[in-house]
Design a protein. Structure first.
Length: 229
């Protein structure tokens, strides 16, 4: 799959996160008109990412959000009780969407090699499509409450475990070599994270996400595919 194909078939954007927030928290949000809520949630979402990436979440204030989003302080509080709630809600709803897309697309494949390729490509394409969200969520996980921080850790482990299970199943089917699959999954996850954490490095080298995905898969296959005798 190429990145353009992914964009043509999968909805994954800040609007999807905002819609998920609206559906999950409609009883708590004081504004009830969906069109208005989605428009304003997008403004809050964009402002949070912009300020958070530029100056850090801890330094961000509700006044900063007011100035950047264009919404009044009263309007902001009609959606969220605090900036901490904004962080918790946007990160948790984003994770749900990502898990759903990853699980659905990988499960469509039957062959372990195809499953592994799908896991790598879909993860990379999601991070390209939602780059600011991924970068922000990684950098700001330290500012979550203990329970939400644990959820963030489990999100990381979810992806690693998904990859590990593909590798284990592939070994059982005689496709992949026998090795430490847990460690291998951690290394693959680190290579995937490098794309969105050090994006500028690859941009300077004119490396696009399709090229990176292809290289990562060839790198993994050269080590992991079982040699046929």
């Amino acid at each position: 799959m190429k990145y353009k194909e992914f964009l043509d078939t999968i909805a994954a954007s800040r609007l999807d996160i905002c819609r998920s927030v609206f559906l999950g928290y409609r009883d708590e949000i004081k504004i009830k008109k969906e069109k208005t809520v989605l428009k304003n949630l997008e403004k809050i979402f964009d402002a949070t990412l912009k300020i958070g990436i530029e100056k850090g979440f801890q330094a961000m204030t509700m006044l900063d959000l007011k100035n950047v989003s264009g919404l009044s302080i009263g309007a902001l509080y009609s959606y969220f009780s605090s900036k901490e709630e904004i962080l918790r809600v946007f990160l948790s709803e984003g994770r749900k969407i990502i898990w759903q897309i990853l699980d659905e697309l990988i499960e469509k494949e039957k062959d372990p090699g195809a499953k592994l390729e799908s896991a790598v490509e879909v993860h990379l394409f999601l991070t390209e499509r939602m780059h600011k969200w991924f970068y922000f969520s990684y950098m700001e996980a330290k500012n979550l409450s203990p329970s939400e921080k644990e959820n963030a850790v489990q999100s990381e482990l979810h992806t690693e475990k998904l990859i590990e299970n593909i590798l284990i199943d592939g070994q059982k089917q005689g496709v992949f070599i026998e090795t430490d699959h847990s460690l291998a999954a951690s290394v693959i996850k680190a290579m995937l994270q490098d794309w969105y954490l050090k994006r500028g490095k690859y941009a300077k080298k004119n490396i696009a996400v399709d090229q990176y995905a292809e290289f990562i898969m060839s790198f993994i296959k050269s080590f992991y595919l079982k040699r046929q005798i």
